[in-house]
Structure formats: C-alpha cells, structure tokens
Ligand binder design. Structure first.
Ligand code: ZN
Length: 379
C-alpha cells in the first residue's frame, strides 16, 4: 500500500449560529459553488493523498458536485460530533487506519486559504510537530498602559500537525469543547507560522461580500438591429426610445419603436436568449399597438432574473429624418428611467444613409444597439 503522507480534514459540521440562516454557512452558494467547492476548486488537491470531510449525514446532499469532481482522489467522510473538538477527534480516529504522516485540519468557513499557505504548512511539518498559521491584528487590545503596544495574534486554519501528535493530544485532552486544535498540543510542540490576511473566516452573512475580491466579474455583450418603414400617410405618431416625436409614424404591429426593439434584441442576445419576435410575435393580436416599453420591461426583468446589470448601452439610429440629436437628451433620460440605469452609461448616436437606398430615400428608420452586461453592479 502506498504510504499516505498528507491528509486534509475539512470540518463542515458546524451550524454557524451567528450566520443567522437556516442553511449552514458552508453550504451557501456563490456563483454555483459552496464554500467547500470554492476552497477545493482553488487549491492543489494533489498535495493530499486523502481528503476527509466531517459532515452531518443530512448535509451530505450539498456535496454532490464534489463526489463527481474527485472520483480518483481518496475522498471520505466522517460523522460530525456534538462540537468542533469531537468532530476533529472523529476525523482523526477515521484517518488512523490510513496512518498518514501529517494532517491539516481546516474549517470549511475559511474558503480563501491559498496554495501558498498550504505548501508553507506542509514544508514546515518536515521539521516540526505542528504548523499553526497566525496573523497580527491591526487592532490593538488595550489592557493597561504598559501593554499598550502589545499586538493581538489571531490563529487561523488549516493547522498542520504530525498525525500521531495531534491524535494523542485529542485522546488525552482534558478539554471538552476546544474551539481550536492547536490548544490541545504541548507548548513545546507548538510552531507558529505566518498566515494570510485574506484567509478570512466567514462568520456573518455580510462576510459573503469578501467573495467579490476573489471572483472576477463576468461581462457579456449583445447586438440588436431593427428597421421599420415610415408611414407617409400618417404625419405624426413617431416614437423612438419611448419619446414621442412630431414626425411620420412608423409601420409596425406594435408601436414600432425601432430604438427599443433594437435594445431589447441586444439584451436578449447578451443573455443568450432568442429574438424579440419569438417572445412578442407580430402575428399575435395580443401585441397589436402595444407600447414597446412593455417589451423593454420584459427584457429588464430577464436581466434581473439572471442577476445581470447593464454596464453600457450604445444605440445608433440610421435615418435621413428626423433630427435625432434634437431628441437625444430626452431619449437618454427616458431609457435611464425605464431600465433604472444611470444616464452616463447610455449613448445615442445617429447617422444618415447619405441618400443611398431605402433609408436614404427617407422611407425608413433603422436602429442598432450594443449592450454590455455584467454580474457585478457598480451603480
Ligand atoms: Zn421592430
């Protein structure tokens, strides 16, 4: 049998009372990954010959992805104990038959630990019985004037141990509810190493905001184009980007707002949806003379459902008349209200068709729109 050198224990049996949520914090998902997925997906799991997760049986359903992801790796489970100390002990007892040389005991609530720290701990265990990461708190605890400059040191996980050292320490421990494994071993076996400031423990719901530091925002773009014919018999009734303009109406099944139609299609494109005609067919009497603002609201709701926000919207009109620039400001204001986005990220431009073709003859108005969307709201 291959010698098991390094084992990793992830303690995921806690309930996290301070998290104030029915779902234990370690199983909350951020972009489809819970805290355990997030940690294991970013570290080099090849450092470990065995990974043991301490979990309640009823919570094992949250780790389905993990079981598929690591079929070749030795992934085993141990039952969570009544408290952290007992969970740790359960893990060590279960690992005992594999006789690992080292064990790293980690809290599932610290998903941001880096490979660098893991390597440092494993290396340190070549020479020491333990490797306990710590950080110095920038805040100082004032006990007395004399101790004014005393720095507070905060202990982190993963904590690395020689396996036999920590197993024995647990077995003969006088403590019954230790919040930390390093507290159980002899002073002389304690070896502290520098931890990482970003190896934060997720404790309160607002701590989930820390994921923003580690997750790169997603950007997607979409393009939309539309064209409608000018109704030369109707001298008024034109609507562009929701603004009434004193000019010939456009021919269409709905209100023929060519600007909004192009915007809708660009949003649908960015969301990898179908085109506007699929959702609002011009054969369906339901949409006859319908205000296009309704279609735009539909597109806006789809953005919300998919957790995306518009980061830039660029619209281009192609027509000989009317003079779009005269109505630019009003259109931007209207779109800003309809889409609930800042005016500064909306651009409306116009070009003529140099008297060429159908548009050049003043028979139609075309509009194109390019939208960029992101999953990170910045306004
Ligand atoms: Zn249209």
């Amino acid at each position: 049998m291959k010698k098991i050198k390094n084992a990793l224990v992830i303690l995921a049996g806690g309930r996290g009372k301070r998290f104030n949520n029915k779902l234990p914090k370690q199983f909350n998902e951020i972009n489809g990954e819970n805290l355990i997925d997030f940690f294991l997906n970013r570290i080099e799991t090849n450092f470990f010959d065995i990974i043991l997760i301490v979990i309640r049986r009823s919570d094992q359903k949250y780790l389905k992805n993990l079981k598929i992801k690591y079929p070749l790796l030795k992934l085993i489970f141990a039952q969570a104990g009544k408290n952290r100390q007992l969970s740790s002990l359960n893990a060590l007892k279960k690992l005992n038959k594999y006789k690992p040389t080292n064990v790293l005991i980690h809290d599932a609530a610290r998903p941001f630990c880096s490979n660098k720290l893991i390597i440092k701990i494993i290396r340190s265990l070549n020479k020491n019985k333990s490797a306990i990461p710590y950080v110095i708190s920038p805040d100082k605890k004032i006990i007395s004037k004399k101790e004014f400059n005393k720095t507070i040191k905060l202990i982190q996980t993963p904590q690395g141990f020689n396996f036999n050292t920590i197993l024995k320490a647990h077995e003969k421990s006088q403590l019954i509810n230790a919040k930390d494994d390093s507290i159980l071993i002899n002073e002389k076996e304690l070896n502290f190493i520098k931890g990482e400031k970003l190896n934060i423990k997720i404790t309160y719901p607002e701590d989930l905001n820390y994921f923003k530091i580690f997750l790169k925002p997603i950007y997607k773009s979409g393009i939309g184009y539309d064209i409608h014919q000018i109704d030369t018999n109707k001298k008024t009734g034109l609507k562009l980007c929701g603004i009434k303009i004193d000019f010939n109406k456009l021919i269409g099944h709905s209100d023929a707002d060519v600007g909004i139609h192009a915007i809708c299609d660009s949003i649908f494109g960015a969301l990898s949806m179908k085109d506007i005609g699929y959702y609002f067919s011009n054969k369906d009497p339901k949409w006859k003379n319908k205000s296009s603002e309704y279609f735009l609201k539909f597109a806006k709701d789809k953005l919300k459902e998919n957790n995306f926000f518009i980061s830039n919207l660029d619209i281009n009109f192609i027509c000989e008349k009317p003079n779009i620039n005269k109505h630019r400001k009003k259109m931007i204001k209207k779109l800003s209200l309809l889409l609930k986005i800042p005016e500064k990220i909306i651009s409306i431009k116009a070009t003529s068709n140099e008297k060429i073709g159908f548009i050049g003859d003043g028979l139609g108005i075309a509009a194109e729109s390019i939208v960029q969307i992101t999953n990170e709201k910045f306004y």
